[in-house]
Ligand binder design. Structure first.
Ligand code: FES
Length: 142
């Protein structure tokens, strides 16, 4: 299997069976954002405990890229101390801007499958939607 089709498979698998979809009762962060280019949206709930992302869930409407990115993001962030969560967000954005060196984004795991999306600038917004919601939502929170 080529790397490209493996990546395609990861994206489709998360699109069809998204992880951590839903809502959190009494979340510390609840934020909705939309992609102005297509109108698709995401609502992200985060609960924080002892400086960590204790739980994160999302609901949304969008293309395979946006939904897979949100699903993969929840897996990355869950249980991470906040500084690590913020560095993962920064690294993901760096990767989507095409600024990561070879293997630099590897610690992000399966979500490197989305790197190819950067060839399609309009779709980059789809991949960034959930991550922007996370960064915006946790601003000023500990
Ligand atoms: Fe709307 Fe991708 S086309 S989020």
């Amino acid at each position: 299997m080529s790397l490209e089709s493996l990546y395609q498979e990861i994206i489709m698998e998360h699109f069809k069976a998204p992880r951590n979809r839903g809502e959190i009762a009494n979340p510390d962060v609840a934020i909705s954002m939309n992609n102005p280019f297509c109108g698709d949206d995401i609502t992200l709930h985060v609960s924080l405990k002892d400086g960590k992302v204790a739980d994160v869930k999302f609901r949304g409407r969008g293309c395979a890229i946006s939904q897979a990115s949100a699903s993969l993001m929840t897996e990355i962030l869950k249980g991470k101390p906040m500084p690590d969560a913020m560095s993962s967000a920064a690294l993901f954005k760096k990767m989507m801007r095409g600024e990561t060196k070879k293997h630099e984004a590897d610690p992000l795991g399966d979500i490197v499958a989305l790197e190819g999306v950067r060839k399609f600038p309009v779709r980059v917004k789809c991949a960034l939607l959930a991550w922007s919601a996370f960064e915006e939502g946790v601003k000023g929170k500990k």
